[in-house]
Design a binder for this molecule. Sequence first.
Ligand SMILES: [Zn+2]
Length: 268
Amino acid sequence: MFGWFGKRAAPVPLLDEGLWESATLPYLFMRGMPPGDAERLRRLASDFLDRKQFSATHGLEITPFMHVQVAAQAVILVLELGLDWYDGWSDIIVYPGQFAPEREFVDENGIVHQVNDPLAGEAWLGGPVILSYEDVALAGDERARVAGYNVVIHEFAHKLDMLNGAPNGYPPLHKGMSLSAWKEAFAGAYEDFRLRVDEADAGRWGRGAALDALPIDPYAAESPAEFFAVVSEAFFETPEWLEPAYPAVYGQLREFYRQDPLGRLPAP
Ligand SMILES: [Zn+2]
């Protein structure tokens, strides 16, 4: 008899529906998601978990629920791009909470500094994504979260940015997108945002309140790479704040991610 030539891998089983719904329901980026898109997202999350290797530190046990929380937030960015955008690396390392790796850096005077700032997440060029589980869970905690803060979306946006080298705020754009339009939108918004953060810092009404009034996380003012990661968080989580503040950036992100999260929301 003739047999099959070669062996085809069995399709990855779809994540359990109840588990999927309970893990993803609270996320802001799920608001207004059409059922067909939510189903494709579930398929993508199932395949993501098949392709990526999770490990935990400090005795943390990663449950199926936690896997789904990470996967759902990671794949929302590539719903219309495909999982291949996350090729080339496989490890996801989960800490129970924020972590403070010892790092050395050399300043412009050649002096070596030791730092160990606490981190919620990290993305390595060609290497792992590292996440604090407390921060992963926070975005799904309706009482405790800061809307627009999403460490998983943030780190996976860095991963997309790194597809064409060290992170700089310019991921590889699609055919038909204009690099000059991207640069114009992002450079203008970044400069404006840095001024707003400086003003908030100098404000007489108190720094905290002024920073809270900003449309995106003030961490975006750190660098163009952080700006791209933070506006990506806002694009999916709080598009109703991002679009009015930086419509040109929103428009570029809509072309890049090929999604319109604001369009999913009911009109105010
Ligand atoms: Zn970052």
